[in-house]
Design a protein around this ligand. Structure first.
Ligand SMILES: [Zn+2]
Length: 330
């Protein structure tokens, strides 16, 4: 395994109990709690996974990861796992997931849907406050592989503007296509397109143990990987804590991916988000029953039936050049 430009460190982060109590009581944490460094280090106990290393990704060249679609590049060593959570934030399920991650002193990546972040900004900010990486996943979870270039641009840009508006901060230039439906070149930004290696299939079951066995069997087959979960799914919210304990028992190590760059927004789309903020439409999303807030909504049958396309490797001069451009070193 070549040495890559990564920073190995134990992830920082500890829960600010006073801030959590205020947050749970429905009040916003103070500005200092939101923006200041988290005090102390998360010290993983003997049964906690901990974050084994941080990989910093240079997104300038628009790298693509996740061997299910993009088999050409891989930064993980055997036994290494990246945890990703899509489609949130969600008022019922995001927080239990954050608690389970904190218990194990590990950091994950959340691909937020713009509409969800705007409807539930408190939960979006809580993900950021705890030190996780936040990428985007379009404005409305549209299937971009079937959309016009104009729609693709609008969905991507509105998603970025909405999540940044909700966070009152920047996102990582990390993107995941809804349904892993790649629009093939419609994305113009210098953004990492992050697909998956292992699918928890948490949207196909309400059983935490089923979700868990899906992940464990997937990792056993592939030996490592970027794992897909959804923080709008009860099977993941309920089963994550036990899954993390099992990953620890089996010797897996957690890798936290972070961007080298931050992501800018486009003024035109920022203005559209500012107009959408507080609209009755968003209020309806926030006030609706839990099931209707979940916007991933692939039917189990269609999701299972549709094969995920495998992209052809892009032509490039030398893989070492590409590696250096992404990670900054060989
Ligand atoms: Zn999704």
């Amino acid at each position: 395994m070549k040495s890559v430009g990564v920073t190995a460190r134990w992830a920082l982060g500890a829960l600010v109990m006073g801030g959590l109590a205020a947050w749970l009581a429905g009040t916003e944490p103070s500005a200092a709690q939101q923006s200041g460094p988290l005090p102390g280090k998360c010290q993983p106990g003997p049964n906690a996974l901990g974050t084994s290393r941080v990989v910093e990704i240079d997104t300038t060249a628009g790298p693509r990861f996740g061997r299910q679609q993009y088999p050409d590049h891989d930064f993980l060593q055997d036994g290494e796992v990246v945890l990703t959570f899509d489609d949130g934030p969600h008022p019922a399920y995001t927080l239990p997931i954050l608690e389970a991650l904190d218990e194990h002193c590990i950091k994950a990546t959340f691909f937020m849907v713009g509409r969800q972040a705007l409807a539930f900004p408190k939960y979006a900010r809580e993900v950021g406050r705890r030190g996780h990486t936040i990428g985007t996943h379009t404005w409305s979870h549209a299937n971009l592989g079937r959309s016009s270039p104009e729609k693709v641009r609008s969905e991507i840009e509105l998603g970025i503007s909405a999540v940044q508006f909700a966070l009152n901060g920047t996102t990582a230039p990390f993107f995941r296509f809804p349904y892993l439906s790649d629009s093939r070149g419609a994305q113009e930004r210098e953004t990492a397109n992050i697909s998956i290696d292992v699918d928890s299939h948490d949207y196909r079951t309400r059983s935490p143990s089923r979700m868990m066995s899906n992940v464990l069997s997937g990792l056993q087959a592939k030996k490592k990987g970027i794992v897909l979960f959804h923080d709008i799914q009860p099977s993941t919210a309920q089963g994550l804590r036990q899954l993390l304990a099992e990953l620890k028992a089996r010797g897996y190590r957690i890798v936290h991916i972070r961007p080298k760059q931050t992501q800018s927004t486009v003024a035109e789309f920022d203005q559209r988000i500012e107009r959408a903020h507080g609209s009755p439409k968003l209020d309806a999303v926030a006030a609706g029953p839990v099931e209707r807030r979940a916007v991933t909504a692939p039917s189990w049958e269609t999701q299972a039936a549709r094969p995920v396309p495998v992209a052809q490797p892009r032509p490039r001069a030398r893989s070492d050049d590409w590696w250096r451009s992404v990670f900054g070193t060989n």
